[in-house]
Write a protein that binds this ligand. Structure first.
Ligand code: HOZ
Length: 426
């Protein structure tokens, strides 16, 4: 028996389902989750010491690879000064200044401890600012596990096919309106049916929680126009896209201005960090400036701040990283397309920058419905084939893959070869 099987059996005795976050559970792909021991660069090493090429990157943040030396060194140095003060530090100002210098449309930014917390706080702020209750989100988008977002959500909620989450009250669910991704007319309809009631519209500008799904030309701009016209706060959830698609995230890459932006994961270089920020007129409603209350003992934690600051500074100083990442991901895309085409496989690959996903499908994947009509059982077989070949993909067709710049072209070739091997035998 390998160690992961034994550890999973043991974990289930004290941890619900044996995992601390459901998407790790392998419940939909089947089998036993792999328990990791360490990681370096592009590679993960499991409890038995087996090596995997990593395409999850801790769900995004490891843009420069795992255990990136400058980040580790900075943490080592900072942690000796204390793990938490519960009081302000100069480093928090440096972090805020760095983010404001990198990201368009952020005048003020508040640090929190996760992407969930960032999105939850942004929605409260939008409600406080507008005096309205309802929000619009998109089917298959995932903004963390706060009650308001667990309606037609992506990620684990989609993977486990949970239709309604027990514990989310009817009142909260009724205030969350949903539309299909890329369907501007559905949003127009909601807005006219709920005139003057909608506080915010929140979206993943490139969706990463139903596979990778790209906004169609004009979609995000159309939403911008609706929000401006109707006085709705336009929120970009850049937990995955922030600092990954470009130094200024999707706003910069796609040339769209949001009113509020949320961050997580990347902003802490893998430490538990999130943030929300945006226009001064809205952000100054937050306590202690205003009375929209939001707080956290660990917000701006020094160890987390130094990790994120070190990574973001590196990304700012070396914009060539984005070109290299794009080239590597394009190389992977071309290689996969070649072997899939040669073997007559029905597939769709969606990609923007270093976010990519492969769906076994003969129709375009543009929203949650089309993603769920792809051949999920085939993806599950593919996942296990790749895992057996030392390639660690997300354990669900409803997740984007993330590349790191630590990947070598030899790693990408190995991934393409393993895919060729799969399609020849299935
Ligand atoms: N949004 C991430 C995956 N889609 C979160 C990972 C998790 O839930 O553990």
């Amino acid at each position: 028996m390998n160690k992961s099987i034994a550890l999973f059996e043991r974990a289930q005795r004290t941890i619900p389902g044996g995992v601390n976050s459901p998407v790790r559970a392998f419940k939909s792909v089947g089998g036993t989750p792999i328990f990791m021991q360490k990681a370096k660069g592009a590679y993960l090493y499991d409890a038995d010491g087996k090596r995997y090429i990593d395409y999850i990157c801790s769900w995004g943040p490891m843009i420069l690879g795992h255990a990136y030396e400058p980040v580790i060194e900075a943490i080592r140095e900072k942690v000796a000064d204390s793990t938490s003060f519960g009081a302000p530090t100069e480093l928090e100002i440096e972090m805020a200044e760095l983010i404001v210098s990198m990201v368009p449309n952020v005048d003020l930014i508040r640090m929190v401890s996760s992407g969930t917390e960032a999105c939850m706080s942004a929605i409260r702020l939008a409600r406080g600012y507008t005096g309205r209750n309802k929000i619009i989100k998109f089917e298959g988008c995932y903004h963390g596990h706060a009650d308001s977002f667990l309606v037609k959500a992506g990620s684990g909620v989609a993977t486990f096919n949970i239709q309604a989450v027990p514990g989310v009250t009817g009142g909260v669910a009724n205030d969350t309106l949903t539309a299909a991704y890329n369907d501007l007319s559905a949003v127009e309809k909601l807005v006219s049916e709920h005139k003057g009631e909608i506080a915010a519209l929140i979206i993943e500008p490139v969706a990463g929680n139903m596979g990778c799904i790209l906004p169609e030309p004009g979609f995000l701009q159309g939403l911008r126009e609706i929000c401006t016209r109707e006085g709705i706060v336009y929120i970009f959830d850049e937990v995955m896209t922030g600092f990954r698609l470009a130094p200024g995230g999707a706003q910069e890459k796609l040339h769209i201005d949001a009113d509020l932006v949320t961050y997580g994961k990347v902003i802490g270089a893998g430490m538990p960090v999130g943030a929300f920020g945006g226009k001064k007129a809205i952000m100054q409603q937050i306590a202690p400036l205003g009375s929209v209350y939001q707080a956290g003992t660990l917000s701006g934690n020094p160890v987390a701040m130094i990790a994120g600051y070190t990574l973001l500074k590196e990304l700012k100083q070396n914009p060539s990283i984005y070109r290299e990442l794009e080239e590597k991901t394009a190389y992977l895309e071309t290689g996969l397309r070649n072997v899939l085409d040669e073997n007559g496989v029905s597939y769709k690959i969606n990609r923007l920058g270093s976010m990519i996903s492969l769906h076994f499908s003969n129709h375009a994947i543009t929203d949650f419905k089309s993603a769920s009509e792809a051949d999920i059982p085939k993806f599950n077989q593919y996942f296990h084939h790749m895992l057996a070949h030392g390639i660690y993909l997300p354990p669900s067709a409803y997740e984007s893959w993330f590349l790191s710049n630590a990947l070598s072209y030899a790693d990408l070739d190995e991934t393409i070869r393993a895919t060729a091997d799969f399609v020849r035998n299935h």
